[in-house]
Design a protein around this ligand. Structure first.
Ligand code: MN
Length: 191
């Protein structure tokens, strides 16, 4: 087994009520574990056998890309949450957000709108280019901004498996609630 299921630093019920224990156990324990298992099986005896995750995401396509993308996406997703983290960006990340969107509140609104307007399954990312300029990137299915030469900093999962147990069809409500558990110290370290 080359890739392993990441272990978040919080308990399964620590993010409730924003994300319930039941959703964490299914999303992390079943969905992500499935992507990890699939990826490990798919890359055996291929050119990707000894490659790191980012390289596989950049260079693969088809089923390998789908599973590698989802492992990378969920590793970023589950590690950006904390029950007691910093709820506002600071320093140069805060300044970079203000430079593009005017304010943190306006950025949050635009980010939520991107998630609500994404048709079907996918991800919304805050990403930076090589100059540190930020943008909101919508990706379908297993997509990640890495394939566009951008670095992913923050990701909201808009696949129904991320919210259906807790919010049913109310994706907008779920996205709005997610800000309460984002740890901006983690996001700042990625920037
Ligand atoms: Mn997911």
């Amino acid at each position: 087994m080359k890739f392993e299921l990441i272990k978040p630093a919080y308990d399964a019920d620590a993010l409730a009520p924003v994300i319930s224990r039941q959703t964490i156990e299914l999303h992390h324990g079943k969905h992500l574990q499935g992507y990890v298992n699939n990826l490990n099986n798919l890359i055996q005896e291929t050119e990707f056998e000894n490659a790191d995750l980012e390289t596989i995401v950049k260079k693969s396509d088809g089923t390998v890309f789908n599973n590698a993308g989802q492992v990378l996406n969920h590793n970023l997703y589950f590690t950006q949450f904390s029950p007691d983290g910093c709820r506002q960006p600071s320093g140069k990340l805060s300044a970079a957000i203000d430079a593009v969107w005017g304010s943190f509140e306006n950025f949050q609104k635009e980010f939520e709108n991107a998630g609500v307007s994404l048709f079907g399954a996918g991800w919304v990312w805050l990403a930076e280019d090589e100059n540190g300029k930020l943008s909101i990137v919508k990706e379908a299915n297993a997509g990640n901004p890495l394939t566009k030469g951008l670095k992913p900093l923050l990701g909201f999962d808009v696949w129904e498996h991320a919210y259906y147990i807790d919010y049913q069809n109310r994706r907008a409500d779920h996205l709005k609630e997610l800000w309460k558990i984002i740890d901006w110290k983690v996001v700042e370290k990625r920037y």
